[in-house]
Design a protein around this ligand. Structure first.
Ligand code: GLU
Length: 421
């Protein structure tokens, strides 16, 4: 979407390690612990043959990485995207580890993905690909081993197919094997909105500490999928003015604001937000540098980098996406006094309600959406202030504050467990 300067390394796996190292230095982590926490525990690469509707077999590349399981089973989504590769999945698995530790839920971190453009496939092809992928990763997943969930371009239907495939193979119903399932299949109320709602809670807290009134604040959202579209709606309900949103086809802008629910309806009918009434067309790059109060990157990695960080005008950046801001950009935003709520905090609502879903499945007892949202709010608000205090203690930006908190927790779990054998 944006051009990038060659001097900035944009390999997500290297970025994740750099972010870890900054915290490890501050925490004075010893060499042994640093060595353990710098690398993924397990990486699985699979080939997925799929009989396409025309009878020809295509083979897709799939991944599942378990970064760390010191604090609990690996946890993290499955992404279907043409840019998926091992370095990206490794980074996403590392970020899940730090994310779960930041919000204090009893999981490690994992991630999976298939290098594919799901928009070119029929439902039947998607189902066959998903089921075969589930079989290929079956040896390393399980309700107490590694629990997948939705991510970019996967959804509750994808999770239902995985749950069914694993259940059929094992001869018993395996509700806890994945989260983000349909409500009819042991899913949790509030899970679909949880990433956005968690992001909303962190934005509310940020507004409080910065003395910004969310009512009337101007918001720009990059990416109009599950996280972005719902975040726009929830912030609009809080009285914020949504002035720009975008998807892969481009963005729309109206300085007086618009109704994101109407935009979503328009996108469902036409395939894009572009062309929505009374808006000007802008690019994804334009959106990021708009004059606004709150910027929500809710698409993919590396969107705010050394090329455009100095142009960002928002007062708060809330990372609904994973990895949207590079370490170089982190420094620039921090120097500019922009309050960046990092991904491992801002988008942790999704995995937090995944945890609630997993708990409910194991109990066989389900909560109301009010209960889910209350627990989510409690978790997010607590994590926000713990991160905020850590950042103040070390005089660093919130990402490093969150890493210090998370790395300490994972290191402590590793230390007391000891190294086997
Ligand atoms: N894919 C989401 C994330 O990146 C949710 C993961 C989960 O619920 O396990 O946080």
């Amino acid at each position: 979407m944006t051009s990038v300067r060659p001097q900035e390394n944009l390999n997500p796996s290297d970025i994740a390690r750099e972010q870890f190292n900054i915290a490890a230095d501050l925490l004075k982590l010893d060499e042994s612990m640093r060595a353990i926490l710098s690398v993924p525990k397990r990486q699985l690469l699979v080939s997925i043959p799929v009989k396409m509707d025309n009878g020809i077999v295509k083979v897709f590349e799939g991944f599942r990485v378990q970064y760390n399981v010191a604090r609990g089973p690996a946890k993290g989504g499955i992404r279907y995207h043409p840019d998926v590769n091992l370095d990206e999945v490794k980074a996403l698995a590392a970020w899940m580890t730090w994310k779960c530790a930041t919000v204090g839920i009893p999981y490690g971190g994992g991630k999976g993905g298939i290098r594919v453009d799901p928009h070119t496939m029929s439902q039947g092809e998607l189902e066959r690909m998903t089921r075969r992928y589930a079989v290929e990763i079956a040896p390393i997943i399980g309700a107490h081993i590694d629990i997948p969930a939705p991510d970019v371009y996967t959804n509750e239907q994808t999770m239902a197919w995985i749950m069914d495939t694993i259940s059929m193979m094992s001869g018993g119903v395996q509700l806890g094997i994945v989260t983000g399932k349909p409500i009819s299949l042991g899913g949790s109320l509030g899970r679909a909105e949880a990433t956005a709602r968690g992001c909303q809670f962190t934005i509310r807290e940020a507004c409080k500490v910065l003395g910004i009134n969310l009512n009337g604040a101007r918001v720009a959202v990059q990416g109009f999928g599950n996280a972005g579209s719902i975040a726009a709606r929830l912030l609009h309900e809080d009285g914020a003015k949504i002035i720009a949103v975008s998807d892969t086809k481009g963005g729309i802008f109206n300085p007086n604001g618009f109704d994101p629910a109407a935009v979503l309806k328009f996108k469902e009918e036409t395939g894009s937000v572009v062309g929505f009434k009374d808006t000007d067309r802008i690019t994804n790059a334009d959106l990021l540098t708009l004059d606004c109060d709150i910027l929500v990157p809710a698409a993919l990695e590396n969107q705010i980098n050394l090329d455009n960080a100095h142009l960002i005008k928002a007062r708060i950046v809330a990372e609904a996406a994973n990895g949207p801001v590079t370490p170089g950009a982190d420094r620039v935003l921090f120097e500019k006094g922009i309050f960046d709520i990092p991904d491992i905090l801002a988008n942790a609502g999704g995995v937090t309600v995944s945890y609630f879903e997993w708990v409910q499945d194991q109990y066989g007892f389900f909560w109301t959406d009010k209960e889910v949202n209350q627990y989510l709010e409690k978790t997010m608000v607590k994590a926000f202030h713990e991160v905020y205090e850590k950042a103040k203690q070390f005089k660093v930006h919130l990402r490093t504050g969150a890493y210090c908190l998370a790395v300490e927790r994972v290191a402590e779990a590793t230390r007391v467990r000891g190294i086997f054998p």
